[in-house]
Design a protein around this ligand. Sequence first.
Ligand code: ARG
Length: 475
Amino acid sequence: MNKHWGGRFTKAATGEVEDFTASIFFDCLLVKEDILGSLAHVQMLGHVGILSINEAEEIRQGLLQVLELFSQGKISLSSADEDIHMKVETELKLLIGPLAGKLHTARSRNDQVALDLHLYLRSKVVAIVALLNELNQALLIQAKQNCHVIMPGYTHMQRAQPILFAHHLLAYVSMFEQDIERLQDSYPRINQLPLGACALAGTGFPIDRQMVADLLKFDGLYENSMDAVSDRDFCVEFLANAALIMTHLSRLSEEIVLWCSQEFAFIELDDAYCTGSSIMPQKKNPDVPELVRGKTGRVYGSLIATLTMLKGLPLAYNKDMQEDKEALFDAVHTIEASLSVYKGLIATLHVCKDKMLQAAQEGFLNATELADYLTSKGLPFREAHAVSGKIVRHCLDHHLKLEDLSLQQLQSFSPLFSQDITEVLDLKNIIHTRKSQGGTSLLQVENQFCLATSALEKTAQWLSEKQKLLHEVKI
Ligand code: ARG
């Protein structure tokens, strides 16, 4: 029995069981985190005298060599390796002999795997915040470049009121800003050290958990060893945040797919972000936003899978928890790939401003203004709404626009109309009047530009602090 834990066993697991229980083929992704955690652990063991300084140093050198072998692709994997924690120890033993067995003193795979996940996720959160900020920057540039472009705003997918295209894009900027805030808020909860919990109950060895936390730049450590090894709430929280990011990307994708259809023709995607059809030569398909929309389900799936995996688990570690990794890795990969491709897609899209304006000029988008006009002349809004509705009906019946009606025709519906109605119905003027805080007037949109720019700067500041800190973790 050549397993690290084989002592009490009289037979080996069948190949099928080995294959079924192994996680090495996906948790090998954690090799850097695993070795980093071991380096901190062994330094602490040496410091408190559980290992001699020489032993600790020899193990340290061995671990660095193992990492080197992994990065050179010189390590082959098999189910018999079980998981990355066992594999690193196996390789270490090949390099430094039985001393390798001392590394696992005062540690269990239960706190080790939790540590790896915390280390992995905190750097992924930083990477994803960076990608979100880059996407927001691309959206902001598009919004600024097209700040005078007028388009129809929709409700029920029916043309509703004129808005600035920039205002529409800034709504997404606002959603992604909140995604950034949620990830930042979760960071200190991810950045907690579980190591030292050992299997579940702590250890009799005189370990120094604070030292390990400091070495690895954790914000704090788990105060309850059972919680430390059983907790995957930080993964759930991340996955919930990831699900919401995908919701936002998916809504934007839906709009982009519509906008670049011939029916809308509001935008044109750069050729580099589209694909063709194998049969229809004229086709230019918006595969990128479609795929992002399609991939949203995978991330929701990861969230539900992880919640479901946890809900029936008694404390402390159970093997079910091995299922956390593929769900988490897949969600991280999906989010990273989607955000990364999206910033280029946004930066390169072309806005067809004439088409947008034309669409805003058809469909009575100024009808609300007509009602507001009568209201401002003293008519109760409900009555003003009814009168305006009748005028719209009249125009529909006679294939006219509101602005085609003469003053006399308007006055036949209400004597409150006077000459100033002409400019009131003008789309540019309508937008100009929407000056309430957060409205679509250029004034308010420019205010949003300022707010978004300072949010970008604030996030860049947060990122450089975190990146610097993570970079300092060199053991
Ligand atoms: N591969 C395991 C996982 O991913 C590591 C922890 C194993 N612990 C144990 N007691 N079997 O969860």
